[in-house]
Design a binder for this molecule. Sequence first.
Ligand code: GLY
Length: 263
Amino acid sequence: MTKSFSFTHAITRKPSVSIIDGLRAVDIGIPDLATFQSHHADYIAALKSTGATVIELDADEAFPDSCFIEDAALCLPRGAILMRPGAPSRLGEAALMREHLAPLSDNLAEITGPGFIEGGDILTTETEILIGTSARTDPAGVAELRSITEPWGYTVREVQTPPDVLHFKTDCSLLDATTILTTKRLARSGCFDGYDLIYPADGEEACANAIRFNDLVIMPDGFPKTAQILRDAGYNVHPVGNSEAAKLDGGMSCLSLRFSPNT
Ligand code: GLY
C-alpha cells in the first residue's frame, strides 16, 4: 500500500460567496462563483471516481479562502495536525477543522505557535515530509511540525519555496512513490535530490500543482502538452477546470485534504 497517494477519504469545503474577497498575489479577475462551483463539483466527482468517500463541508462565508482546505490541516497515516496559517485572514481556518478531523483520527495534534505553517507548503512522500518555507510558513512552524511528526516516525526535510511563489506545492506534486512533477525553477534548488523528476512543458509551469489520488493524476485543465507528457509516462491523467481557483492562486492540492482515517 502506497500511503503517500492511496487514500480512502477526502474532505472538501464548498467555495463561498465571499470567495471574491479571497487572497491573491496579482489581480487577474474576479472569480465567478457559478463556474467555481461547477469546477469544484467536477473535482469532487474525480475524487469519488476512485472509490473514495468525500466529506463535503459547507461553505464558510467568514473565511473567503476556506475552500482551499488543504492549508488548514495535514493528514498523515499516523495522525492529523491542525496547521497555523501564516495569512492573518486564514488563521481561524485551522480551528474549523477540529470537529471534522477529531472523529477520523486517534491522534489529533495542533501547531500552537509562535510559528506559522500552511498545508500548501508540505509535500508528503513515501519516505519523508518536505516543507518549503515561504511567506506563509516559517522555520518555527517547520520546527513545531517536526517535533510532532518525528515521534510518529517521519523525517522532515526543510527546503525553500522560490521567492514570489505562494506555496511550495504551487510548483510541485507527488506523482508516485519516487517521482515528482516540478517546475525547473524549484528543482534547481536541489530540494528533490533522490527523486525522479518530470517537468511541465515549457510555458505550462502553472500546472505543476496536481494531485496523485489513488489511480488518478488530477491536474488543471488547459495544459495539453504536460497532460501528454504524463500520459506518455504511464499516468492516468484527469484534467479538471481550475480557471476560477487560479485567480486566487489556488490549484488541485489546495481543494482537498486526502487521507485514510486512523481511528
Ligand atoms: N488564495 C489562497 C491563499 O492565498 O491562501
